[in-house]
Design a protein around this ligand. Structure first.
Ligand code: AMP
Length: 406
């Protein structure tokens, strides 16, 4: 009987302002049972894409989905159709990605009213993300009030950063009053990839120093010393650091004053410019690395310059984190660009032989979903491609916590 089966399933929810991504995993063997996405919530053209991985069934629905409540109910219905409903006794918990956990949340946390209040208190430092994450949690709680819900924070892995890396050089009283410090993001990915890189080297995470380059549409680097994050490129918000798909990354803060005073732009306009219309997109009108490479192959100079600026910044962070760590065992490329774009990996490592870094062109050209080395066998520092899996990491952390509480 189903009721006597162990509760080993975890539903992972990643709620954005107008989307919900989800995966249902069975943690007895870490297999995926279903994956899907609801997009454009609140619009007339909402879309739900659901794949049941046990049957291979793929279903898509278009039409208005008014809010997160309706979105999650639609997801629950799809899961029920596959015999994987949220009412199943096999469901152990729901794990939520929560972007900002501030300094308060250093670990995954079972959600209660106090936790919800703290996530809410962090809205001023994460105005785009935490409200959507909260909506997702509240909606899921309403659907299954009896089920443990766990928050897994994007910032948690970075809470080990020393003050010297986490503080900006501004008056600490002003900084503390407004909770201004470097929090870092993509922490679930940096944690997972740094651990998997150690595994690829046949070592324990506590034995290696790794630079993780998470290069997706958002992008961040981290310096991980013996399993603990000691620096990362994103800061108070995900705007700092590398050149990204649509974000500028680092710039002189005075650019903002200049745009306001001389350019006559409002703060909201500048915010939108730097977060949504900058980076690769701002430089050349495309934020997809595939398109940029295609244009470069056709001799497009604008795309070539955007690529060069992207690579230059990446190299600066590799050098910086090499110095922060002192000794480096591996550099790991991950996320959409890092896992797929061989020319980015080649260009980022080119010329760094003095640091013991090199890429083997044949190994770098291999396309694979598995963690792999792309450095020559003789290299002093391993260069690796390590696919990230944030959902598996959230499910693993959620299941570990719920198991502990049993
Ligand atoms: P993510 O945010 O990790 O999903 O990464 C999305 C980004 O990965 C896209 O915007 C592309 O720039 C990049 N990407 C995905 N697939 C490829 C590919 N085959 N080659 C180069 N870049 C890719």
């Amino acid at each position: 009987m189903a009721a006597t089966r162990a509760a080993t399933r975890v539903l992972v929810l990643n709620s954005g302002s107008s989307s919900v991504k989800y995966q249902l995993l069975d943690m007895s063997d870490a297999t995926r049972l279903a994956v899907g996405l609801v997009e454009r919530i609140g619009e007339q053209t909402s879309r739900l894409k659901h794949t049941c991985l046990t049957t291979g069934d793929l279903r898509e629905h278009s039409g208005p989905i008014a809010d997160h409540d309706a979105a999650l109910k639609a997801v629950a219905e799809e899961l029920s159709r596959d015999g994987l409903g949220l009412d199943s006794p096999e469901l152990a918990a729901i794990g939520h990605r929560v972007v900002h956990g501030g300094l308060f949340f250093t670990e995954p946390t079972v959600i209660d009213d106090e936790v919800l209040n703290e996530i809410e208190r962090l809205i001023p430092v994460a105005p785009l993300h935490n409200p959507a994450n909260l909506t997702g949690i509240r909606t899921a709680q309403a659907l299954r009030p009896d089920l443990p819900q766990v928050a897994v924070f994007d910032t948690a892995f970075h809470t080990t950063m020393p003050e010297s890396a986490a503080r900006y050089a501004i008056d600490p009283k002003i900084a503390d009053r407004h909770r201004i410090r470097r929090y870092g993001f993509h922490g679930t990915s940096h944690a997972y990839v740094s651990r998997e890189t150690a595994r690829l080297l046949g070592k324990d995470p506590s034995e290696v120093n790794v630079i993780v380059l998470h290069l997706g549409n958002g992008a961040s680097a981290s310096a991980v010393e013996r399993g603990r994050c000691v620096d990362t490129s994103m800061g108070l918000t995900p705007l700092e650091g590398l050149v990204m798909g649509t974000r500028s990354g680092d710039l002189d803060p005075a650019v903002i004053f200049h745009l306001a005073r001389v350019g006559g732009m409002s703060m909201d306009e500048i915010d939108t410019l730097l977060n949504k219309r900058s980076g690769l997109f701002g430089l050349c009108g495309d934020n997809d690395m595939r398109e940029i490479r295609r244009r470069i192959d056709e001799g497009d100079e604008e795309a070539a310059l955007a690529f060069d600026i992207y690579i230059h910044r990446l190299k600066k962070y590799i050098g910086a984190y090499y110095a922060v760590l002192g000794e480096v065992d591996a550099i790991a490329f991950t996320a959409g660009v890092g896992e797929n774009a061989a020319p980015v990996r080649e260009a980022a490592i080119a010329g760094l032989a003095g640091l013991g870094l090199a890429v083997d062109p044949v190994r770098n050209a291999v396309r694979s979903g598995a963690p792999r080395l792309i450095s020559p066998g003789s290299a002093r520092v391993a260069v690796a491609v390590v696919p990230t899996d944030e959902e598996l990491e959230i499910a693993t952390q959620t299941y570990a916590l719920v198991g502990k509480n049993d």
